[in-house]
Design a binder for this molecule. Sequence first.
Ligand code: PLP
Length: 360
Amino acid sequence: MRPYLLLTPGPLTTSETVKEAMMSDWCTWDKDYNEGIVEVIRKQLVQLASSRPDDYTAVLMQGSGTFCVEAMLGSVVRPEDNLLVAANGAYGKRMGVIADYYGINHFVMKFEETQQVSPQMIDAYLTEHPEVTHVSVVHCETTTGVLNPLQAVAEVVKKHGKVLIVDAMSSFGGVPIDMAQLGIDFLISSANKCIQGVPGFGFIIARRSLLEQCKGVARSLSLDIYDQWKTMEEGHGKWRFTSPTHVVRAFMQALKELSAEGGIEARHARYCENHRTLVDGMRSIGFETLLKDEEQSPVITSFYYPNADFDFNDFYQKLKAKGFVIYPGKISQADTFRIGNIGDVYPADFVRLVEAIKEL
Ligand SMILES: *Cc1c(COP(=O)(O)O)cnc(C)c1O
């Protein structure tokens, strides 16, 4: 079942038991599925995301993570609103591209890809531009692995009284986040990242009072978050259109395994140890990380090519033959490759990985 470990978030390496959970067929309209699986998932997601679960609600949406980011922006930001996007990588920039497609008034504040976004600069911009209504930021920029200073950004955005949207795609479930404490209004993530499910849907956790006001805002039928949510609320876990039933069932199993591991804190500790094992090992054989340790998330790590003659494709193929699939780099200003630390993978796997790289 496992020709190689996927160190590519995501999809990422999932457990046998998560894969096995997909071995039965469920009816997308049946109560067993709607109430017994979908509603359980929605409730657990809100509990994981917020210390005040009553103020929040979860909506699941078919498709990959980007579908959810698009659904969210297109269903929440109105034509008369103004969006500020803080971007220090491809995923931040993608929110700007979505805003372009929808004709949403927006400004993309660009930062270096190797640096965190600056709360001070966001503060200054919001002081100068009171017309801004929404601010969006990526928590962990998977482009490089930078972890943005969410707490400081949230403080600034809340001080100015703006709606805060967080793409926590690659961090939610693996890095502790309390939406209520931080004042986050909308958070987006997907099945195949730190919850360790298989790909096929994503979810938005929303401040209930704000989502309730979004009727009729969406410019897309299938990506209408409000309508999807309303149907799930009133139909007790009903989806509007065919849902990825097997994937949803596997996700419930993944949530169970997250809880069995000890919850988000425990998973975060494992990812940190994976990351530490990887970085210490790679440094010991001469590799350098792109980022400074203080800015680095435990989610994915970028390494410089070891020398000018380095052939990534050759390296990739040889490593794959040894049982590890990694990611190419995603930035233009340096030659890098990336290794993911999330999924059903453990420090011992990274010891083996470093050993395999050393042999190459
Ligand atoms: C994975 C990811 C996405 C969504 O990517 P998809 O390929 O659409 O699943 C968005 N933002 C971040 C930060 C991500 O890591």
